[in-house]
Design a protein around this ligand. Structure first.
Ligand SMILES: [Zn+2]
Length: 341
């Protein structure tokens, strides 16, 4: 049985046939081919499972980010729900591109009669990105599509098979979960637990049979939060660890492979954010947050000097929200510090 590691609570993934809570389906008409189909509509969302510092907000239950884009099962035109609104207009040259045979790749088994859940979120985002490029959408819009697509890749990678020994480590690790204020960010708390687990492992507090599962726990949390520069080498070693059961080695390999897919979207998101910022195409109210995101994407991609420059730019903007200001200051300090081993 596959489990997600959402807030370490070992949540069983919902059966694909069940409608996810908080996600509705509404009838729309495709502005390209006029086919009527069911698109996703997000009814309610929450960020109770925490917010990563590139603003990926996780809900408890289905992730809203997975359902922001829908695909017309007839012509494969894809976009946000607003792109399928009654007054949505698609220029004729875009209609032509979409309808040209072979321009959009039909996923296997997805037919004009398929439901919205018969095509996975990564594929819907890839199709939406292609349609937005044909529509010559703004760099800001393309940046956000790529950023969201990177979150989908990240969250799909955070799936591990159930294992009793790993479960025991997860339960043991709860002692390191910070407590106190009610408005804690579980994403931050999980990274705090990573640090505590790494310290305990370095102090030799585990037997040689427990130790690989502790290392797996550390690597999977780093991967779950997209701290891929710290996750990658750990996961590569775990994939070959003779003391780990084979399904966990295979999960480590999958998590490693997904890093490149996430980074491809991050590189695209970064380059579109940079272009939009440099061309001053972003509305003043959103500029500081976009500069912050450019900085954070640089940091995640290992481009630290550029990260520092964008963090400085974001911090110099008085409209930067307080939470992002705190994160920007902390990330700057962390970059300036030598890396933890
Ligand atoms: Zn269509």
């Amino acid at each position: 049985m596959l489990i997600t590691i959402a807030i370490l609570a070992l949540v069983v993934i919902a059966e694909p046939s069940l409608p996810p809570a908080g996600i509705a389906q509404v009838g729309v008409t495709c502005p390209v081919c006029h086919h009527s189909f069911e698109a996703f509509a997000i009814e309610e969302t929450n960020q109770a499972a925490g917010v990563d510092r590139d603003l990926f907000a996780r809900a408890i239950g289905p992730q809203p980010e997975f359902y922001r884009v829908s695909t017309c099962p007839d012509c494969l035109y894809s976009g946000y729900l607003s792109d399928f609104a009654d007054d949505a207009v698609v220029p004729p040259f875009v209609v032509e591109q979409v309808q040209q045979a072979g321009h959009l790749t039909r996923p296997p088994g997805f037919t004009p009669d398929s439901g919205p859940r018969d095509i996975d979120a990564s594929t819907r985002y890839a199709l939406a990105i292609q349609c937005y490029e044909w529509r010559q959408a703004s760099d800001e819009a393309l940046a956000w599509l790529h950023l969201r697509a990177s979150w989908v890749v990240r969250d799909m990678a955070a799936v591990v098979p159930r294992d009793d020994r790993l479960d025991r480590v997860i339960h043991f690790a709860q002692r390191w979960r910070p407590t106190g204020t009610p408005d804690r960010n579980p994403a931050e708390d999980e990274l705090t637990m990573v640090t505590a687990a790494a310290v305990a492992a370095a102090e030799g507090r585990f037997t040689r049979f427990q130790e690989p599962f502790v290392r797996f726990f550390i690597a999977m949390l780093l991967r779950r939060h997209g701290e891929n520069r710290h996750a990658a080498t750990r996961l590569e070693a775990l994939a070959q660890d003779p003391l780990l059961p084979e399904p966990l080695c295979a999960a480590a390999t999958r998590m490693t492979d997904s890093i490149e897919a996430e980074q491809r979207h991050q590189r695209q998101a970064l380059s579109h954010f940079e272009r939009a910022l440099l061309a001053e195409e972003i509305a003043p109210a959103n500029r500081a947050a976009a500069a912050y995101l450019a900085a954070e994407l640089c940091r995640r991609l290992g481009r630290e000097r550029e990260a520092m420059r964008w963090f400085d730019g974001a911090l110099a903007d008085e409209s930067l929200p307080a939470e992002l200001r705190r994160w920007a200051n902390e990330q700057r300090t962390a970059i300036a510090r030598p890396e933890p081993q």
